[in-house]
Design a protein around this ligand. Sequence first.
Ligand code: FES
Length: 275
Amino acid sequence: MTVFTEETRARAREIIARYPADRSRSALLPLLHLVQSEEGYVSPAGVEFCAEVLGLNKAQVGAVATFYTMYKRKPTGDYLVSVCTNTMCNVLGGQEVYDTLAEHLGVGHDETTEDGKITLEHAECLAACDYGPVMTVNYDFFDGVDPQTALGVVEELRAGGRPMPTRGARLCSLKEMSVQLAGFADEREGAVADGGPGEPTLRGLRLAEQHGISVSGFDPNTPIRSKAEADKAAEQAKAAQAAGAAANPPAADRKPAGDGAVAQQRTLKEAEAQK
Ligand code: FES
């Protein structure tokens, strides 16, 4: 039976602390990703771990873990390749992409290659119909694929490379992705800054701009900060707030200017006059 590391236990405590004490069971979803980040899937030991730290029983945890397809119930490859075979992608060639990969890799749906590198699955709509046919590798998108480009991606993965997704973050292993899904930032330099949104995604924004429609306060160029940058900005904001409070103490804390007694009398008189 897996013994979860102290680092995982510390992370579990951090996740649970993000939720109100009387609703700690809400931490179950990120906790399942957390155990998946250590074992590569949600094992019986992972279910037991979640139940133990949340004070639930294993049936309650199992009911959630088996509901969502992102929680894997058996050992999964380093790279989860999901090919959309839903309606839009299908008419654009998604099924052909899936069939080509299945034949080339010698695996079917939810099966893993013998070298343990790739798990193939056919996926329902991946919410990127405007880029179809699409496939994802550990949830990062490869848009507009055809059988040949899809084969190129999996071959590069098997050779130890990490091909660049069409958009979104840089590729990582399924275990590394599970850490992020558990709510911990990817600290690799540029990990969340690669690849801007594609034109089909921006079409609505372009039309809004064209017709003078805007949402107040919306800035499409708002940078996405890493955890380190966000922590630093929060510290700077706190320091600035403390400096401001020191420079402008509340009126009650201020010493009367000049002759204290005279100034205090004046303040009292002004208050009387305002009644
Ligand atoms: S049908 Fe494939 S992304 Fe929607």
